[in-house]
Design a protein around this ligand. Structure first.
Ligand code: SF4
Ligand code: SF4
Length: 404
């Protein structure tokens, strides 16, 4: 189905299924809802671009509406375009321009990560940032790593399987969670596959979510050109962040009409990649026993990618490990959304289902592929949260993240 077809308004049969599945509409009446802000208002926007309801800023871009729509309408893309139109007409607040540049914040934090982490925990400074900028003083800030993933990564000497893999780490792994990228390298080295890395631009999702589409489009073009170069040289591309993955493969096409067809063939979530190896009988399944139970949270953008939950297929090969699905829907953080003062309470209300599921299951450790979901679940519950790759790397004999 082409993106134009998906966006076609006449596909909407007004069933309102999207409304009943929208996590924001469930907890607040500040958001007019996916059908109203999407296909309903889009009819007016085609004639009069100024017909954007200000409540469009309350859509989290979780893509739950796209997933459940029986007609395949790309509601979230309509909302993203409308938000871009609203911002181009009214401008974006300074707060949103800051939060949208996670890449620049990461680069700046590299100068003194310990100091930045300490300042982010100082209550008086947080209250000042809330008053002056509208950044919630209540939300836990992501911590910056002492060194970036690109600084820490050293290619490993492995046997030659003929497979060439390029890793797109994304900003969160590079600046905040390099251990996830290092776990990926260990898992692929366990399979005699060497990983290449490269300096990319941010995928642009934080810009898209804040309506700054022109800058996001520029970054999209640069990223696609670089990725195409690797594909031409026979590389498979793997990602560990579901949101980067969806942005590169889907948003670039639906929002910017860029050709992402090569990525559909050659770019995979790392667990999809490992599943292919498993199907081919080439996955090294020599794993150490991990006698423990963890909760699993599926990120919304992994669900929207339509690739199932490949991490669970692989993790069930680890002896002793029990993975319990939290099955609690959206965590509510949605990238930069839950850091905004006026949206913090909405974000926490959405995430309350995740909080309840963790308590009911009684798990002390949770796994999830998305760095922002990890942050929100830890903020909501206090339990330790990891990327599934860290579990797999531990079962391969590297790292001791999870407590047995
Ligand atoms: S689920 Fe799809 S078809 Fe139904 S109202 Fe929403 S956009 Fe329209
Ligand atoms: S993307 Fe998520 S928050 Fe936005 S309208 Fe769709 S379901 Fe609601």
């Amino acid at each position: 189905m082409s993106s134009d077809h998906r966006l076609a308004l006449d596909n909407c049969i007004k069933c309102s299924i999207c409304v009943s599945h929208c996590p924001v509409a469930r907890v607040t009446d500040k958001f007019a809802g996916p059908k109203q802000n999407g296909p309903d208002l889009e009819r007016f926007r085609l004639e009069e671009p100024a017909a954007v309801h200000p409540s469009i800023g309350y859509c989290t871009n979780c893509k739950g509406c796209d997933v459940v729509c029986p007609s395949g309408v790309a509601v979230s893309a309509m909302n993203c375009r409308a938000r871009g139109e609203y911002v181009s007409m009214h401008g974006a607040p300074l707060r949103d321009k800051i939060l949208a540049r996670v890449d620049r914040m990461g680069k700046a934090a590299r100068l003194a990560p310990s100091l930045v982490n300490r300042l982010a925990g100082l209550r008086p400074l947080r209250l000042l940032a809330e008053k002056m900028l509208g950044i919630s003083a209540a939300m836990t800030m992501p911590r910056y790593a002492q060194k970036t993933f690109l600084e820490l990564y050293k290619p490993q000497n492995v046997g030659d399987t003929g497979r060439k893999v390029l890793y797109y780490p994304g900003c969160y792994v590079n600046y905040n969670a390099p251990e996830v990228g290092l776990a990926l390298a260990e898992v692929l080295a366990h399979n005699n596959i060497r990983v290449e890395v490269e300096q990319f631009d941010c995928c642009g999702l934080p810009l898209i979510a804040n309506g700054l589409l022109d800058t996001a489009r520029d970054q999209a073009k640069k990223n696609l050109a670089k990725l195409q170069g690797y594909i031409n040289r026979g590389y498979d591309i793997v990602t560990t962040c579901p949101s980067c993955h969806l942005t590169l493969r889907q948003e670039y096409r639906e929002l910017f009409q860029l050709n992402t067809d090569p990525l559909h063939e050659k770019m995979l979530d790392v667990f999809e990649y490992l599943s292919v190896l498993l199907q081919q009988g080439k996955l090294v399944t020599r794993f150490e026993e991990l006698p423990l139970q963890v909760g699993y949270h599926q990120p919304c953008h992994l669900k929207a990618a339509g690739c199932g939950v490949p991490s669970r297929e692989i993790l069930q090969l680890i002896p002793g490990l029990r993975v319990a699905d939290l099955d609690a829907g959206c965590c509510g953080l949605a990238g930069t959304y839950g850091f905004k003062k006026e949206k913090y309470a909405i974000s926490q209300a959405i995430g309350s289902n995740v909080f309840n599921a963790v308590k009911e299951l009684g798990v002390r450790q949770v796994i999830s592929e998305c760095g922002m979901c990890q942050l929100q679940i830890h903020h909501l519950t206090g339990v330790a949260v990891y990327h599934p790759l860290q579990v797999l790397a531990q079962a391969c004999g590297h790292g001791k993240w999870l407590a047995k």
